[in-house]
Unconditional design. Structure first.
Length: 295
């Protein structure tokens, strides 16, 4: 099997490459078809996947040894930057998946494309399912939804995986930021009126590979199990890190940002449970393992 990972140096891409190399994640062994896989990882310095002509040239270069699975982790994920530069958001979150979808179709490959909870406006009072109609309230969410539509229209063997509140070993994320600022201060403030699902990148990568091994194409929600606020998430990070710091709750209104944040973005894993099975850990358990690995 030949696997291509785009955005290979990000949080999720890093986990996927590591898991494929080891043949297992923290949750267990990967599906057998991945053992001994030829894994190609590309990031922006190797290939600008927003450039259609560059992606076409890459496809031609690899045509004699076609990819079996492509996982697109490449995206513009800075929510506030997307709000102030929508053209860049469209380039990173709509053009990129279109180019990758066409690459997958040219190779007859399966495609797993990563999307986001921001396709919803956050006005729900129960976890969003895959059947709920998206209504993005931000430029980031709108650009990601267009990316989903591009994947559906241009790749016949596509899986779209929406996730949220992602953290992993590579790069920066909420967990690392809270640990840093809590180690430098006696008191920090975190919003309590935004609710969602923290997601460990190792758990997500494991499930992406399970999904990609099958043929149940379509839309999936894959997040850590359990719901919390950013404040509760931060409190648990501080507690598990053994830091002596007060985590004080504040409202979203007290912490204005260029892009509005969804008040409620928890997601239900209906499709996951109905197909490959939901092994996503409770968010507290996955976080504890992650922080223990950092210490």
């Amino acid at each position: 099997m030949k696997v291509l990972i785009t955005g290979s140096k990000g949080q999720l891409g890093t986990e996927l490459i590591e898991i494929l190399g080891e043949g297992r994640s923290e949750l267990g062994s990967v599906p057998g078809e991945y053992l001994g896989a030829d894994v190609v990882g590309i990031d922006m310095e190797e290939l600008d996947v927003s450039d259609a002509s560059a992606v076409d040239a890459f496809a031609a270069l690899h045509r004699d040894a076609s990819f079996d699975l492509i996982v697109n982790c490449a995206a513009m994920t800075n929510v506030d930057a997307c709000e102030t530069d929508y053209d860049a958001a469209l380039k990173g979150n709509a053009a990129v998946p279109l180019n990758i979808a066409r690459l997958a179709e040219a190779h007859g490959a399966k495609l797993v494309h990563i999307s986001t909870d921001y396709v919803f406006d956050g006005s729900a009072d129960r976890p969003y399912t895959e059947d709920d109609i998206p209504a993005p309230a931000t430029a980031y969410g709108r650009s990601k939804l267009i990316g989903e539509e591009n994947v559906r229209s241009d790749c016949s063997r596509a899986f779209i995986v929406r996730t949220s509140w992602l953290y992993g070993k590579a790069g920066n994320n909420f967990v690392k930021t809270i640990r840093r600022i809590a180690s430098e201060n006696e008191r920090i403030t975190v919003v309590y009126d935004q609710v969602g699902n923290p997601t460990n990148a190792n758990d997500l990568a494991h499930h992406i590979l399970k999904i990609g091994a099958g043929e149940d194409y379509g839309l999936y929600h894959v997040t850590g199990n359990g719901i919390c606020s950013w404040h509760e998430f931060a409190e648990e990070i501080v507690r598990l890190s053994g830091l002596d710091c007060e985590v004080a709750p504040v409202t979203t209104a007290e912490f204005p940002r260029p892009a509005p944040r969804p008040a409620y973005s928890a997601m239900d894993h209906v499709r996951l449970r109905a197909t490959v099975g939901d092994e996503m850990r409770p968010w507290q358990e996955a976080l504890e393992t992650f922080i223990a690995g950092l210490s």
